[in-house]
Design a protein around this ligand. Structure first.
Ligand code: ADP
Ligand code: ZN
Ligand code: ZN
Length: 675
């Protein structure tokens, strides 16, 4: 009898896989199964990536695998996706593949897996989805659905449709067509729909379930309890779930019959993972669609410049929805309020106050958008100049009045609000600036009888509370909604006719060249919450009021004209001239240490340790917020106009750096978005 050896990928920073002898009973394990193995002094669960009859590991070092889990194997395609991501983002395979699995699969307990498998085994598979009560598509929507359903092979499509143009309807009917086509051919199909915000899952899930009664649907996002996550993941992996809805992490789901990928609001920053493996779910989705030769739809009213560039250059097909879908619904009128002329009290200009008053009288809803939570961004002493800094970070402590705390938004440190100035004893400390809590307080003074609701990360800490809050807005129990970007995206508010935007100016002058793209998208998104159902008889025309000190700024001009096309073309020209993405490929090496110099020294070494023809290596610099939790952070940007050249460089560079001794902790990010 020949020996059987398993090569296993484990979740460790070591860039290698590990061989084990298989001495178990029963059938030989398969590639893609999970193996429980001894690792150092503990046990670990890894993925079998190879099964063979020889090994380079000497016999006295060889350990035996303990067990193989009863999970049907992950497919070669799924492993290829992980291999690609590992390669592209310069990480070991195990560090990519294992975190993509539900925790309960990776832990040593097998009970929950068996229970979940049993439960799923009983589920019936329903084959013919009969779309119920679908509205009649307008011409643009119909064209889009036809084009998506007719697509063969890898067909990346930008669905460029203004807010409220009925993109969701296009997704649903395209999905129905793909499921129906598969059923006709007696084959199986799965559809993956990615959305940017957890809070949008219930709305979309409701729509999908209503439209596809009897079709098995699974959601995947970080808000699920572990048990649920496992069940839903398995439903996808075993092919039971026909439609999988999820946030960015769902892109790593195992989907053996994947036939269509849809990414809603493809421009959204939340598709970028910002810690650990810093992947772009959108980019991985496009790769996955190409690998599987299936269509992918990228939907947005304000596409990312990367996607826009692809569409303009013909690499992606572009479908357009120019009008709002609901009868009589038109895009809201956008007006700028010059804060130099109309000086705000409580953060609200008199123009905005009158507009709010009008809505209250008519029983219509208003939304105030301010992308800053807390009460005030900083507390200060007028008498001596003291300012409330975080003792551990290069940052102010944010005042949270309802919670009676000062909180650091970087390290989460909480302190009591000082009664008097710690330096001079002055008891009259002043909050500077304005966050959502303070606007809420101001509104209560101006409109004591109004029903005001604040929705931000602080007000929705408890599980389920965000959903409850949005439900009450939809029910009409709220007159004025104030919130951060949480309220700006995707929600289909039916009775909302006014959007007020407070303080968007800071992004106009950011050193980050992406800030204006982001601000524009944000403003178009939040503006898109108004007037979605059309004007009611005797009701107010919907409008968007932006309070600004720079009413002449061209960005606001483009927002007023709802003119993404021109704005994007101009931005692309600027980017081309400046030699930045999408005309340049970048990677960012970050280093952190107790002392800034340690981090900078490491980066300096990294900058010089290799030949780098065709690659630009910039100078190491401290990060803008240099110190977080008493650790200093610095970064080094490398760039190239050629992606393959950059990738090749990174590969050997990483090998070199992994062998470098340093006290700094470091990590690499490919295609960084926050520089
Ligand atoms: P988007 O995602 O493009 O912002 P939605 O898909 O949320 O827009 O659609 C906006 C509203 O228009 C929704 O309430 C939707 O039910 C409605 N709608 C979509 N398509 C149609 C249609 N063909 N006829 C009437 N109403 C529609
Ligand atoms: Zn003082
Ligand atoms: Zn801090």
């Amino acid at each position: 009898m020949t020996d059987v050896f398993l090569t296993v990928a484990l979740d460790t920073p070591l860039d290698t896989c590990f061989d084990y002898r298989w001495a178990g009973e029963g059938s030989t394990p398969q590639v893609g199964q999970l193996a429980q193995v001894p690792f150092g002094r503990r046990e670990a669960v890894g993925i079998i990536v190879q099964v063979g009859s020889d090994t380079n590991v000497p016999a006295d070092k060889m350990k035996s695998a303990i067990a193989v889990r009863p999970l049907p194997p992950l497919s070669g395609q799924w492993l290829n996706l992980c291999r690609f991501a590992a390669d592209y983002y310069q990480r070991p395979l195990g560090e990519v593949a294992l975190p993509a699995l539900p925790k309960n699969l990776r832990s040593e307990k097998t009970v929950s897996l068996e229970r979940a498998l049993k439960k799923l085994g009983k589920q019936e598979q329903v084959h013919d989805p009969a779309p119920a009560d679908a509205p009649r598509l307008n011409a643009g929507q119909q064209q889009a659905v036809d084009a998506i359903a007719a697509a063969e092979g890898f067909a990346p499509t930008l669905l460029y449709g203004v807010t409220g143009s009925g993109k969701t309807e296009v997704y649903l009917q395209a999905a129905a067509r793909v499921l129906a086509a598969a059923a006709e051919q007696d084959s199986q199909a799965q559809i993956l729909i990615l959305i940017p915000e957890i809070n949008l899952t219930p709305q979309l899930e409701g729509n999908v379930r209503a439209r596809f009664p009897g079709v098995s649907i699974a959601t995947l996002h970080s808000g699920l309890a572990e048990g649920e996550r496992l069940t839903n993941w398995l439903a996808a992996h075993l092919g039971h779930a026909r439609i999988v809805l999820g946030t960015r992490l769902a892109i790593m789901a195992s989907l053996p019959h994947l036939k269509l990928i849809i990414i809603d609001e493809e421009h959204d920053a939340s598709y970028k993972q910002q810690e650990g493996l810093r992947y772009s779910a959108r980019d991985l989705a496009v790769w996955r669609a190409r690998q599987l030769s299936i269509p992918i739809v990228l939907g947005s009213a304000t596409p990312s410049l990367e996607t826009w560039h692809h569409a303009q250059s013909g690499r992606y097909r572009q479908l357009e929805l120019r009008e709002r879908a609901s009868q009589a619904a038109v895009l809201p009128r956008v007006r700028l309020i010059d804060m130099e002329r109309d000086k705000p009290g409580e953060g609200l200009t008199s123009t905005l106050v009158s507009a709010l008053k009008l809505r209250l009288e008519r029983g219509e809803q208003s939304l105030l958008f301010l992308n800053r939570r807390g009460y005030a961004p900083v507390l200060a002493c007028d008498a001596c100049g003291w300012i409330g800094n975080c003792p551990r970070c290069t940052a102010f402590m944010v005042l949270h009045k309802p919670e009676h705390r000062m909180r650091c938004h970087h390290c989460s440190l909480e302190l009591r609000i000082p009664r008097s100035c710690p330096t001079c004893g002055n008891i009259d400390l002043q909050p500077l600036g304005r966050g959502t809590q303070r606007v809420e307080e101001g509104l209560q003074h101006v409109f004591p009888e109004a029903r005001i609701m604040r929705i931000d990360a602080d007000s929705t800490r408890l599980k389920g509370s965000a959903q409850a809050a949005f439900d009450s807005v939809h029910r009409g129990d709220v007159d004025i909604l104030i919130g951060t970007q949480m309220v700006a995206k995707g929600h289909d508010f039916r009775n909302l006719t006014l959007v007020g935007v407070l303080n968007p100016d800071t992004a106009l002058f950011s050193h980050d060249y992406r800030a204006s793209e982001r601000l524009f998208a944000q403003l178009m998104q939040v503006a898109g919450r108004a007037g979605r159902a059309g004007q009611k008889e005797g009701g107010n025309a919907s409008e968007v009021l932006i309070q600004t000190r720079y009413p002449q700024h061209p960005l606001y001009g483009a927002v007023m004209a709802h003119d993404y096309d021109r704005f994007a073309s101009e931005l692309l020209d600027e980017r081309r001239q400046a030699g930045v993405p999408p005309f340049m490929y970048q990677a960012l090496l970050r280093a952190e240490a107790r002392e800034l110099q340690t981090a900078l020294d490491f980066l300096q070494h990294a900058a010089q340790c290799m030949e780098h023809e065709g690659i630009t290596i910039n100078d190491p610099i401290p990060m803008t917020v240099t110190r977080v939790s008493n650790v200093d952070r610095a970064q080094l940007l490398v760039e190239s106009p050629s992606r393959p050249a950059l990738q090749a460089f990174l590969k050997s560079w990483m090998a070199e750096l992994r062998a470098t001794k340093t006290r700094a902790r470091w990590s690499l990010e490919v295609d960084p978005v926050d520089i």
